[in-house]
Design a protein around this ligand. Structure first.
Ligand SMILES: CC(C)(COP(=O)(O)OP(=O)(O)OC[C@H]1O[C@@H](n2cnc3c(N)ncnc32)[C@H](O)[C@@H]1OP(=O)(O)O)[C@@H](O)C(=O)NCCC(=O)NCCS
Length: 214
């Protein structure tokens, strides 16, 4: 996988790896690429704090903010025709009481390939394995069928309706809210529903560990 060769900044404490993606913290040098992909009305109108149009200045402020806040925010990189390419973004966007919530987007050219599902599952695993979360939340606009599907594929369960404000939508829209409890996530992993069953890299390394080989 070409992205395995990415050089990571030694200050970065956390890198998430999935079968096809490497997720790392945003850096100043990523701003132009973030702006290129995020300057997309579809992203703005389905998320909370992404304006449209989305400028290089917006991307620079975003990177500065998440760096300063040490936010659990990641850029996702995939091998696209032999080039390690940023394809999307995901992270923990807000806290509802004691419940961290996840959010994500994928650049328009890279949709429909399962990348959002892979980003969301990486965030879910990170929350339960590394962050000690007991439950997770996610919301999506009621019209956002693709995101709803991603949420379902991660094992979230519907938990009600609400309204969410959106900078890009310039107002509020109705959302469906979902929850995932640690116990359900553990069961899904045990049943082979999640990353370990579907993502070859982890399956290979798990087998290698079981056999005492690398
Ligand atoms: C929503 C979004 C993240 C999905 O990204 P993606 O990489 O295309 O998602 P995936 O490929 O992992 O999965 C999409 C699923 O939705 C399904 N889907 C897509 N459009 C659909 C539609 N109009 N109707 C029904 N299902 C649809 C796909 O078939 C797929 O399901 P499947 O694997 O069962 O076939 C992407 O469209 C996006 O960034 N949108 C703008 C920002 C956004 O909405 N973010 C989420 C905020 S909650």
């Amino acid at each position: 996988m070409v992205c395995e060769k990415l050089e990571f900044d030694e200050r970065e404490d956390c890198i998430l790896r999935t079968g096809r993606l490497v997720l790392r913290r945003p850096r100043a040098g990523d701003a132009a690429r973030i702006a290129e992909l995020a300057n997309d009305r579809t992203i703005a109108e389905n998320t909370v704090v992404i304006p449209h149009p989305y400028t290089l200045g917006d991307a620079e402020k975003f990177v500065a903010h998440v760096t300063e806040a040490k936010a659990e925010t990641f850029l996702a990189f995939a091998d696209i025709e032999g080039v390690c390419t940023m394809v999307g973004c995901g992270g923990f966007t807000a806290q509802e009481g004691d419940v961290p919530t996840i959010g994500y987007w994928v650049g328009a050219p890279y949709r429909g390939r399962g990348f959002a599902t892979e980003i969301a599952r990486a965030l879910v695993d990170h929350a339960f394995e590394d962050m000690g979360a007991e439950r997770l939340g996610v919301s999506c606009r009621v019209t956002n069928t693709a995101s709803r599907r991603v949420i379902e594929k991660c094992g979230f369960q519907w938990a009600g309706c609400g309204l969410s404000s959106s900078l890009g939508f310039k107002g509020s829209f109705p959302v469906d809210k979902f929850r995932l409890e640690r116990g359900i996530w553990q069961s899904l992993i045990a049943w082979g529903h999640g990353r370990r069953a579907r993502w070859p890299v982890n399956a290979v390394s798990a087998n290698a560990e079981a056999e005492g080989t690398r």
